[in-house]
Design a protein around this ligand. Structure first.
Ligand code: KG4
Ligand code: ZN
Length: 412
């Protein structure tokens, strides 16, 4: 089954086309995926000036770029064939109505579809939430218009399910190259699966006892962990998005440890600053990052002026605090759920130190658990993960034509 997937939930405009297949004798979970085409445009440079993602601006950029991204993905998949298509008046009117709230998109859409054959795909998948609603709507309306004109079934995908499946699917090697032609596999997943989802908008622990059925067992009571990274980065006058910037500074402190081969490389505590580990001893699997963020604010405020060295050590201690809390809560959730597989998904799972801490502790403390972390290129938002989720939902024939963007779409 060929799935064309569209992702516009935040500041990435992405379309991927995957050839998906499963062996019915092996059950629903086991599947393999060949990436036929994958086009992605990040808006980071545009949002950098504002220190964060501006929803109205994200929406405008998606509308401006979707047709180019579609063309690039189809071309890479060798599914783009020029041909003049007549569009009946009634169809044109319906599509104009669907795209009425996406200025500029409808002209580009008609120009494109009237000059190419409907591609040989079997279904279209699109992110329906969670995310920024104005941004989600552009992708959804675009997908609805394509489904209508090409007469393809449409699947609404939960973005967080995409993150979970990308983590389950990816190899653990870190080859950050174009995905075209690469095969991903979801095989031998031992249930239950515990997922730690950490992104700009989410921090939650979700357990999957039955395939694609979720139960949330913990969540943040205030800020998401990615949001905390981004806000702390702003306090330290680092550019957006803050996660990678904090990580760079923190790693530069840790690398000093490499001079001493017997040191606990990467795990050394900061002696310069001390930050709290909020809720670390609390019995729930919930998180809180607002207090940690405020603690950084007070440290910054109390320094007469902040040197580059102070910034490095603050980033180091902040990242240590985050990783400590994430691990402690996850280990509690592993005990509670008896999970056999642990996945980490969402943009923050790109973080080197968090990956290192999880690999180390799963290895030493929970060797019965298999840890799956996505390859770097699959951790941040992309459309490949939406195609994975879209495939399983299409297998279940969960097709819909009428659905809305839901900024808070729950998994469970
Ligand atoms: O999943 P994602 O791409 O978008 C959302 O759905 O939110 O996650 C984006 C978040 C941002 O807050 C960004 O700062 C964070 O992921 N992030 C990182 C790293 N790379 C991205 N945080 C910590 N370390 C990183 N290396
Ligand atoms: Zn995401």
């Amino acid at each position: 089954m060929k799935i064309l997937a569209i992702e516009t939930s935040c500041d990435e405009t992405a379309i991927a086309i995957l050839e998906c297949s499963s062996d019915p004798s092996k059950g629903e979970q086991d599947a393999s995926f060949i990436v036929l085409g994958n086009a992605l445009l990040s808006q980071i440079e545009i949002h950098k000036k504002y220190g964060g993602v501006f929803p109205a601006l994200a929406k405008r950029e998606h509308a401006k770029n979707l047709v180019h991204i579609l063309e690039a993905a189809l071309e890479e998949a060798e599914l783009l064939h020029e041909d003049t298509q007549a569009i009946p008046e009634e169809m044109r009117a319906k599509i104009s109505e669907i795209l009425a709230r996406e200025p500029g998109l409808s002209e580009a859409f008609f120009a494109f579809v009237s000059e190419c054959e409907p591609p040989a795909i079997d279904a279209i998948a699109v992110t329906a939430g969670p995310g920024l609603e104005p941004a989600l709507w552009v992708g959804i309306n675009f997908a609805k218009a394509l489904a209508l004109i090409w007469n393809k079934p449409l699947v609404a995908v939960n973005h967080m399910e995409g993150h979970i499946l990308a983590a389950l699917a990816s190899e653990r090697s870190d080859i950050n190259i174009s995905f075209q032609g690469r095969t991903l596999e979801i095989q031998n997943v031992e249930m239950p699966v515990l997922a730690l989802l950490i992104s700009g908008g989410h921090t939650e622990l979700v357990v999957m006892k039955k395939w694609l059925e979720y139960e949330r067992i913990g969540q943040t009571r205030d800020d998401a962990v990615g949001e905390a990274f981004d806000k702390v980065a702003r306090m330290l006058a680092l550019p957006y998005p803050g996660g990678p910037e904090i990580s760079k500074l923190a790693e530069s402190v840790r690398s000093l440890d490499f001079r001493n081969p017997t040191s606990d490389v990467g795990f050394r505590k900061s002696h310069t600053f001390k930050l709290p580990r909020p809720m670390i001893n609390d019995a729930t699997c919930d998180f809180s990052f607002a207090g940690l963020k405020t603690a950084v604010l007070y440290l910054v405020r109390d320094l007469p002026d902040i040197s580059e060295n102070d910034k490095k050590h603050m980033a180091h201690e902040f990242e240590n605090a985050v990783a400590d809390v994430l691990w402690e809560k996850t280990s509690r959730a592993l005990e509670k759920t008896g999970a056999r597989t642990l996945v980490i998904g969402g943009g923050v799972s790109a973080n080197t130190h968090i990956r290192r801490v999880f690999m180390h502790f799963v290895d030493t403390k929970c060797p019965q658990v298999e840890l799956r972390i996505p390859t770097a290129a699959l951790t941040t938002d992309n459309a490949i993960m939406i195609a994975l989720a879209g495939y399983y939902r299409a297998l279940r024939r969960e097709f819909k034509t009428d659905f809305s963007a839901n900024g808070n779409l729950p998994l469970a």
